[in-house]
Ligand binder design. Structure first.
Ligand code: MF3
Ligand code: CO
Length: 275
C-alpha cells in the first residue's frame, strides 16, 4: 500500500483498527490458505521463458475455480490479478508479455477475496540460476519478514514490527523502503492499522487481539528511494539496485501471532521452484 495514507493517518486522526471475532478468524484462515495455494501454483509455474501475463492468467483462473476474486483486479484502475515485480522493481509491477529470464528474481503478489475476506501475500521466486547477491537479498528479506511477524504480540505496538525489520535489514547493509507499507485488512482490502517497516515514533499503534494486518517489507540492496514509472503503478529503485519483498497476512492473538498465509507446500522461503 502507498504510504501517503500512513502519513495522513499519523498526522490526522488515525481510525481505530477493527477488532475481529471468531468468525473473522475463520474467514481469514480460509482466504489466507487459498491465497497461499494460489502462490504455490504460481511459484511452480515460474521459470525462464514464462511471461508474467501467463502467471497472471493462472492466478485469475485459480481464483475463478475456487470461488474467489483477485482483489487487485480493477482496484483503483489496476489492470491485473497479481503484481509481478522483477529485479529492481520494488512493487506493483504489472504483468506483461515479456518472458522471464534466467537470473531474474521476481516477486509474486496475490490477494484473493473469499466470502468477503482478504488474504494478501507475496513471495520471491528465482528464475533459473540466480546470482548469489540476489539470493542473499531474498534470504535477508524473508528473514526480515519473519522477524517482523515474530515481533507481533498483544500489548506491543506497530513500531515493534518496524524495529525488528529495520534493525535486521540495516545490520545486513540493506535498506528498508519507506514509500510503501503494510495495512490492516479483513472485509476491507486496505484498512487501519498502517504497518511501517521501520521505526517512526510519531506513528505507533497498540497491538490488540483480533487485529488483522499485512507485514510486507520491501528491502533494497542499495538506497531506499523509489520512483513510480509513467504507468502510474510500477515502483522501481531510483538507484536501480535490486529490491525484494515478502508478505504475510497475520492476526494478533491472545498470546502472540497467527499467520493466515502459510504455504501448504512450504514454498514461502526464497527458492528456485523448478530446481
Ligand atoms: N500487497 C500490495 C498492497 O497491498 C498489493 C497491491 S495490489 C495493487 O499494496 F492493485 F494495488 F497494485
Ligand atoms: Co498488501
Amino acid at each position: 500500500m502507498q504510504q501517503e495514507q500512513a502519513t495522513a493517518q499519523g498526522t490526522r486522526r488515525a481510525p481505530e483498527p477493527p477488532i475481529h471475532g471468531p468468525e473473522g478468524f475463520e474467514g481469514m484462515r480460509r482466504a489466507g490458505r487459498l491465497t497461499a495455494e494460489a502462490l504455490d501454483v504460481l511459484m511452480e509455474a515460474t521459470q525462464p521463458g514464462v511471461t508474467t501475463e501467463e502467471l497472471d492468467k493462472l492466478a485469475y483462473e485459480f481464483a475463478m475455480d475456487h470461488g474467489a476474486y483477485p482483489a487487485s483486479l480493477l482496484y483503483r484502475g489496476y489492470p491485473k490479478s497479481i503484481c509481478t515485480s522483477i529485479n529492481h522493481v520494488v512493487c506493483h509491477g504489472i504483468p506483461n508479455d515479456k518472458p522471464l529470464r534466467e537470473g531474474d528474481i521476481v516477486n509474486l503478489d496475490c490477494c484473493l477475496i473469499l466470502d468477503g475476506w482478504h488474504g494478501d501475500s507475496s513471495r520471491m521466486a528465482y528464475v533459473g540460476e540466480v546470482p548469489r547477491k540476489a539470493q542473499r537479498l531474498c534470504e535477508i528479506t524473508y528473514e526480515a519478514l519473519m522477524r517482523g511477524v515474530a515481533a507481533v504480540k498483544p500489548g506491543g505496538s506497530t513500531n515493534d514490527i518496524g524495529r525488528a525489520i529495520q534493525t535486521y535489514a540495516e545490520s545486513e547493509r540493506c535498506s528498508v523502503v519507506r514509500d510503501f507499507c503494510g495495512h490492516g485488512l479483513g472485509r476491507i482490502y486496505h484498512d487501519a492499522p498502517t504497518i511501517l517497516h521501520y521505526v517512526e515514533a510519531s506513528y505507533d499503534v497498540p497491538l490488540k487481539p483480533g487485529q488483522f494486518f499485512t507485514i510486507e517489507p520491501m528491502i533494497n540492496l542499495g538506497r531506499p528511494a523509489v520512483k513510480v514509472l509513467g504507468d502510474g503503478w510500477t515502483a522501481v529503485t531510483r538507484d536501480r539496485s535490486l529490491s525484494a519483498q515478502f508478505e504475510h497476512t497475520v492476526a494478533v492473538t491472545e498470546t502472540g501471532v497467527e499467520i493466515f498465509t502459510i504455504s501448504p507446500k512450504g514454498l514461502h522461503q526464497p527458492i528456485n521452484p523448478a530446481a
